[in-house]
Design a binder for this molecule. Sequence first.
Ligand code: G
Ligand code: G
Ligand code: NA
Ligand code: MN
Length: 256
Amino acid sequence: TPLTQNSKNQAKKSKLLLHYQPIVSLATGKLAGFEALVRLSHPMRGLVSPIEFIPVAEETGLIVPMGIWILREACRQMRLWQLEFPDLAPLTMSVNLSGKQFSQPDLTEQIKQILQETELPAHCLKLEITETVVMENAAAATAMLQQLSNSGIRLSIDDFGTGYSSLSYLHRFPLNTLKIDRSFVKGMRGEGEDSEIVKTILTLAHNLGLDAIAEGIETADQLEKLRSLNCEFGQGYFFSKPLDSNAAGLFIASNL
Ligand code: G
Ligand code: G
Ligand code: NA
Ligand code: MN
């Protein structure tokens, strides 16, 4: 039948989807937002990691339309949750931006249009950019970050501590958040070297007026340590792995 034919064709297509990893306030344990993480659903290979296809998409330029789809889908989903859970404290949706996306001159206009279409308030969207991308062309980056920030969009530096960073620029960028790379959280026990690095990043963030998210929290020990260091937010398997949209909706409901 045509229906079977159609579902066969559909099953052969690769398709993009988003998973959402909870970000939690370490002081209260309450849900603060999600990071959107893209996946490719492949008919033969199942869910393919972005590590495999984002670099290819960057090279071919496909990342630009793909990134627009990701932004729209993430904003649409967050707006749906706001409507579904009206008592929800405002959550932030964090979306990763690649270097090529970040260098599109019309990025701010495109995002403003997506926010208008999806009716998501600008302050509910946060963009994650790595320090390497920002530092590659610091002058252009400053102008771009300023535009985005002027539109009310929040900004965070992803994988902080692993890339090339310049402290003299950092304080000039209109940032909101530093995300402490999970490699530092992983090695954090007792008074080891990684604990000192985490402490130093937190001091830096707070001195610059930024908040911090610790990535890759997997144990109660790491959580306790980060809490005692006044790290505002955390993300990692200890709280939840990235969830599909249904499971993320259930996570919100169980957190109300
Ligand atoms: O979700 P996972 O751990 O597999 O992500 C692997 C890497 O892919 C991470 O570095 C993450 O930042 C990146 N990534 C995930 N989703 C996106 C996305 O939507 N856009 C871009 N540019 N990178 C993403
Ligand atoms: O580069 P970026 O920070 O965006 O990478 C996010 C990736 O980290 C996601 O693909 C996600 O699956 C992964 N991740 C999230 N939490 C944990 C964790 O607690 N431990 C490990 N090993 N990886 C995690
Ligand atoms: Na990220
Ligand atoms: Mn990250």
